[in-house]
Write a new protein. Structure first.
Ligand SMILES: Cc1ncc(COP(=O)(O)O)c(C=O)c1O
Length: 481
């Protein structure tokens, strides 16, 4: 039987962004006389959860505003303190690991093909010994192509029937993957929160650590990032002890995102959840070489799923995650894993300290600059982000003001959840020269008090307030960095 083919006439005056869908557009005339095209539609039903992600996309939207600004001001010299992407080249010893990994593939003894799916044994062992002081079993390490990808795979393992909790504000990927999995209802227009997600407010008022006793509902899976993106603040040992105690008491599982852990300089602050007693029975840790070895494009991370972790029915989370990895992933690139081994050599570890110091010096300068201007700022000392309290101003308004007046791209806190409204994230992953220049420019324009840009042009709607509502929540999209 022939499958019915759905046809859609799209007026040319309507969005042209769908045009790429049409294999052979056939011009027709609509009732209003406008030429239209016929699009071929498949009979496949859309996963309705994607329709809930109406929050939009933070970084593409930032890029759109940046392009619009550049179009209007072609000679503008934009500095990006927005995206959390590294800028400094990969240091020589680590690079030699990548080169070695590539060259050996050209020799019969050095050649290797698929797998192992969980990563090469040497790297798993080196991660367990060098980064975790053998607190974890190398068999519990799953080497991967990055922390973001692993967060998605963990969501596949947990499925749709779990209640997810997130820090508010947080890295938007936790919420968006929960939505895509079908764990949530729709977004609440008032609160800008998804029904079904437990939001844990983290702000200066509670020292960026949630009041766990006040959570409205018992969460199954708690995503907790330290040092946090966007606040740049790392949790203290007593805070993480409280988190582990809570998870154990409630039968919850913590997914601890330690992507920025090596930026921690205060020795009293834990770099891994497994430094906390009892975590092996209630925590998973996702981790990454992206941010401090220049591997954002190279792609290498890992997830630790201890064998002690059990689901309610007693079955093993480790076994299920292993199943997800071996079903949907064929192992991290063998070339890149050689790069990972080089990072964990004595020379590689020294090289990453230099990179970390470089970015932290940028962060210190950014923070000192905004503080000298009278703003309260957080983070930047144990993490690569500076989180600026805008004293009640809208984060998109200030984003626009800074873009227009200083030609600097920042990230509005509202993009990280409703709890981020009123704050701005400054990323330290720029070059020192750009940070120096950005600080000079900021001092000139980021005056405390009413937004000068708004005051200067009364009656003009801020670009940020136009169509801004989409940014209330969960806005990661493909670039949730
Ligand atoms: C908190 C957090 N986790 C994970 C990632 C992604 O890491 P990866 O590059 O390993 O996918 C990011 C990237 O910005 C992040 O901010």
């Amino acid at each position: 039987m022939m499958r019915p083919v759905a046809l859609l006439a799209v007026a040319l005056c309507a969005t042209s962004s769908l045009a790429f869908l049409t294999p052979a557009p056939r011009p027709v005339r609509s009732r209003c006389g406008v030429r239209a095209r016929i699009l071929h539609m498949s009979g496949v039903e859309r996963n309705p959860n994607f329709g809930k992600l109406m929050g939009g996309y933070l970084f593409p939207e930032i890029a759109r505003r940046r392009s619009a600004f550049l179009e209007a001001n072609p000679e503008a010299k934009i500095i990006s303190l927005g995206i959390g992407d590294t800028t400094q080249p990969i240091p020589p010893h680590i690079l030699s690991g990548l080169v070695h990994g590539a060259s050996k593939l050209g020799t019969p003894p050095g050649y290797s093909g698929y797998g192992p799916d969980q990563g090469v044994k040497d790297l798993r062992e080196k991660i367990a010994s060098t980064l975790y002081g053998n607190r974890i079993d190398p068999d519990d390490v799953f080497v991967s192509d990055g922390a973001k990808c692993d967060i998605g795979r963990l969501q596949v393992m947990f499925g749709k029937n779990v209640v997810t909790a997130v820090q508010d504000p947080s890295y938007p990927v936790y919420v968006d993957t929960a939505v895509i999995m079908g764990q949530t209802g729709l977004i609440n227009e008032q609160s800008r929160q998804f029904d079904g997600i437990v939001y844990m407010p983290c702000n200066p008022g509670n020292d960026f650590f949630p009041d766990l006793a006040a959570l409205p509902q018992r969460p199954d899976v708690i995503y907790f990032c330290s040092p946090n993106n966007p606040t740049g603040v790392a949790a203290t040992r007593p805070q993480l002890e409280a988190l582990v105690a809570y998870a154990r008491e409630q039968g919850s599982v913590i997914v601890f995102d330690a992507a920025y852990a090596p930026f921690i300089r205060d020795p009293s602050l834990p770099k891994s959840i497994f430094e906390i007693e009892g975590a092996l029975e209630c925590a998973i840790e996702v981790n990454s070489f992206s941010k401090y070895a220049g591997f954002t494009g190279v792609r290498l991370g890992w997830t630790v799923v201890p064998k002690q972790l059990k689901f309610r029915d007693g079955s093993s989370m480790h076994a299920d995650f292993n199943r997800v990895m071996s079903t949907t992933f064929n192992g991290a690139s063998n070339i890149v894993q050689d790069g990972g081994l080089a990072i964990l050599d004595k020379e590689g570890l020294a090289e990453i300290q230099i990179l970390i110091s470089y970015y932290l010096a940028n962060a210190a300068k950014l923070r000192a600059t905004v503080e000298a201007m009278g703003y309260k700022a957080y983070g930047g000392d144990n993490g690569p982000y500076v989180y600026v309290d805008l004293g009640g101003k809208s984060s998109w308004d200030v984003f626009s003001e800074i873009l227009e007046k200083a030609q600097i791209v920042t990230t509005p806190g509202a993009g990280f959840g409703p709890g981020g409204e009123g704050f701005l994230r400054l990323s330290a992953f720029a070059s020192k020269e750009n940070v120096d220049e950005a600080c000079e420019r900021l001092q000139k324009v980021m005056v405390k008090g009413p937004v000068p840009w708004m005051a200067e042009r009364p009656g003009r709607a801020s670009p940020s307030s136009r169509g801004n509502r989409v940014f209330g929540q969960s806005v990661a999209g493909p670039n949730g960095i």
